[in-house]
Each structure stands twice: as structure tokens, then as C-alpha cells.
Design a protein around this ligand. Structure first.
Ligand code: ADP
Ligand code: MG
Length: 380
């Protein structure tokens, strides 16, 4: 990737560019907890976006996407917003930097990536983060890292029409090799935990399906959580978000809220505890407990939160059958990937079985991504 990028940079701009890189992410556990003020537990991965960037002494940005084989040039005023979706991510990052008082001098860039687009590994955060990081450094803006993540998040909100949380950009910016990061979505506090699953592999199985339900179902889940939190708050005013509630407090209001809201809340409160349990387990190098928690999360997402689908449940069941240590749907649900923690010696058999049986049932093979927890945004 490096050579390809530099060759193109030379052809277009007559020199070599300074190289930067940022990463996609996984989330080991902590799903649908972000908007409930709970924990998420992501890490950056060995799939990313790499960019060569040099200032060009103009007030224009000239950028070439290798993967889209397309050149775009834009100015830095609000009205200069480019047509191409991929370029809007970069434009947005420039604009959001400027909005925060940062300087953005015109630059030349060539970039490419290997994060699969739209598979739930957050290629968009990788793209935003590499440019947010590089622009900050090149211009000597001194914007702190958390704010760089917010620049990416605001880019999605204001220039790409995606109302996302902070997790993806946070992981992409803060990611560290061999570490997962527990982020408290309410306070912004975070802590690194060791993740060295010796003897195991982490593999994603991509169902390659995306069911339509996703966005309306998402809103309904949020409303359920808010209703449950409000009912609990009547007894326990300190409950700002659902994640502040104890399980017992939920039981107190069982008869006052719809059964559906109860189940949603039961999942969320359990999930917040599971993140904490997984962190404890990691400090003991206890990957069997980590795996068991992943299965519990899948069960909760499937039966209580009801955001799984046939394809995902099929892969999860298959993982159990193949003695995979942990497996669950990753991300919002209704499609996308399962994340699996599998012993080295069982890996080949698991993948072979999963590919064969999934294809036989659904008519297409799942895609396989082997992931390793890696560094996030950086200069190369
Ligand atoms: P994801 O779940 O992967 O973040 P999104 O739909 O949020 O999916 O973001 C994908 C979009 O990000 C792509 O359509 C493209 O505009 C942009 N993008 C991501 N990676 C690249 C890349 N390597 N080259 C160009 N654009 C990219
Ligand atoms: Mg995205």
C-alpha cells in the first residue's frame, strides 16, 4: 500500500508525501451501551487507511483516492463541499478543524485503505482519523486527541448525515497495539486493558447482509431505554442514564413498564456489567470468561434486545458447535459481522465449517477477516 501511495503521489505532485495511518476498529463487548451512558470496549485493528500528505502552499486541497481511482480538488470554505462522498469525509475534517480554531493550510494527498467499506469495521472513522491526525500535526494546531475524535464524529454528523456516537473515532485515534480501551460514554473517561490472547485468534465473519429494519428499530430501542430509565429514575433520582441503574431497581418497576421495555433494559444493564467482568477477566488473562461473556451478549442481543437476524444467529450457533471460545454479533445488529474468539487449533475447522454451512443455507459465503489489535492514528 505504501509503495502504491508514494508512486501515485510522485506522479501527481512530483515528490514523496509524508505518510500517516489510522485504523478501523472492533468492539469486543459493550453493545448498545453508548447511548445509555455505559461502557464500550473497542480496539484499533490491523486494517486501516494510509495517506501521504504534504502542504502545497495554496488554499486548496488536492486529493486522490486510490481505491475509487478519483481525483478531487476543493477549497476550504463551507460552500466548497465536494460532490463525492469519500471526499466529504476529508472536507468535513478540514471544516471541523477550522471550526475549532485550527489552521488548515492547503495540501496534496493520496490515500488508500484496506478496511472493508460498510462491514462494521468503521472504514469511515479510519479515513476521518488519519486526516484529522495529520492535519493537526502538519499545521501545528495542538488539538488534543479526544477533540480529534470529535472532529471525526462531527464530520459524520454535519457532512455525511450519520448521527454516530464517539466510539469509532475514539478507537481509531486512541488505539494501541495489544490493548483494548474501555470508554465510559457518559464521562469520557477511558482506560487501557491488555489484550494478548495467546493461543487464540480473533476472527470476524461477515454475513454480507444488511436488513432494512436497522434504523427504525434503532430508534425504537432508544425510546424503550429512555422509558425504562425514566421509570427507574422516579424511585432513584441519581439515574441519569439507564446504565446508572442496578438490576434490582429495574425489577422494582417491572409492572410499570411494557414487557418489551423491560427486556431491552435487562439487556443494557447486563451488558454494562459484562464489560466490567470482561475487563477483570483480561487482567487475569482469563480468555475463557471473556468468551462466555461474548456468548451472553449474543444471547441478550438476540433474545432481549432483538437486534440479531437469522444469519447472525446461525453463525453464533455454529461457533458453539465448533467449540469456539466466544462469539457474538458485533455492532448495531440486523446484519454485519460476528466477532469470534477461537483457539488456534480449532480455527481452520471452524472457518471451513462456517463457510460451508453458511453458504449451503444462505447461498453465499461469509467473508472472513482475521483481526489483530493494533495502533491507531500515527505518523509512519
Ligand atoms: P463503515 O462501517 O465501513 O464505516 P460507512 O458507510 O460509514 O461504512 O463508511 C464508508 C465510506 O467511507 C465509503 O463509502 C467511502 O466514502 C469512505 N471510505 C472509507 N474507506 C475508504 C477508502 N479506503 N477510500 C475512499 N473512501 C473510503
Ligand atoms: Mg462508518
Amino acid at each position: 500500500m505504501k509503495t502504491k501511495i508514494q508512486e501515485k503521489f510522485k506522479t501527481l505532485f512530483g515528490e514523496e508525501g509524508t505518510l500517516y495511518m489510522s485504523s478501523g476498529r472492533i468492539n469486543l463487548i459493550g453493545e448498545h451501551t453508548d447511548y445509555n451512558g455505559g461502557y464500550v470496549f473497542p480496539g484499533a485493528i490491523n486494517f486501516g487507511v494510509m495517506a501521504a500528505i504534504n502542504p502545497n502552499g495554496t488554499d486548496k486541497v488536492k486529493v486522490f483516492s486510490i481505491d475509487f481511482d478519483e481525483f478531487v480538488e476543493f477549497g476550504l470554505q463551507e460552500e466548497d463541499k465536494p460532490q463525492q462522498q469519500w471526499a466529504r469525509y476529508i472536507f468535513g475534517v478540514c471544516r471541523e478543524t477550522i471550526k475549532r480554531g485550527g489552521k488548515v493550510a492547503g495540501f496534496n494527498a493520496v490515500f488508500a485503505g484496506d478496511v472493508p467499506l460498510g462491514a462494521g469495521l468503521s472504514s469511515s472513522a479510519a479515513l476521518e482519523s488519519v486526516f484529522a491526525f495529520a492535519i493537526n500535526e502538519i499545521n501545528g494546531n495542538g488539538i488534543e486527541k479526544f477533540e480529534l475524535a470529535r472532529i471525526g464524529q462531527s464530520t459524520e454528523h454535519n457532512y455525511c448525515g450519520v448521527k454516530c456516537g464517539i466510539m469509532d473515532q475514539f478507537a481509531s485515534i486512541f488505539g494501541k497495539e495489544g490493548s483494548l480501551i474501555r470508554l465510559n460514554c457518559k464521562t469520557g473517561e477511558y482506560k487501557y486493558f491488555p489484550f494478548h490472547p495467546k493461543g487464540y485468534r480473533v476472527v470476524l465473519l461477515d454475513t454480507c447482509v444488511k436488513h432494512e429494519l436497522a434504523s427504525s428499530a434503532y430508534n425504537k430501542r432508544r425510546e424503550s431505554c429512555e422509558r425504562a430509565a425514566a421509570a427507574i429514575r422516579a424511585n432513584h433520582p441519581e439515574v441519569e442514564f439507564l446504565s446508572d441503574a442496578k438490576r434490582l431497581w429495574l425489577d422494582e418497576v417491572r409492572d410499570q413498564i411494557p414487557q418489551e421495555d423491560f427486556l431491552r433494559a435487562e439487556f443494557v444493564i447486563g451488558e454494562v456489567q459484562r464489560v466490567l467482568d470482561v475487563c477483570d477477566a483480561l487482567e487475569r488473562d482469563d480468555y475463557e470468561t471473556v468468551g462466555e461473556m461474548m456468548y451472553q451478549t449474543h444471547f441478550g442481543l438476540s433474545r432481549l434486545y432483538e437486534v440479531s437476524c437469522e444469519e447472525l444467529d446461525f453463525l453464533n450457533k455454529l461457533a458453539r458447535k465448533c467449540d469456539v471460545t466466544g462469539s457474538r454479533v458485533m455492532g448495531g445488529g440486523f446484519g454485519g459481522c460476528t466477532i469470534n474468539l477461537v483457539k488456534e487449533e480449532l480455527y481452520d475447522a471452524f472457518i471451513a465449517t462456517a463457510v460451508k454451512e453458511f453458504a449451503a443455507k444462505f447461498g453465499h459465503e461469509p467473508k472472513i477477516y482475521d483481526v489483530v489489535i493494533s495502533d491507531g492514528a500515527r505518523k509512519l
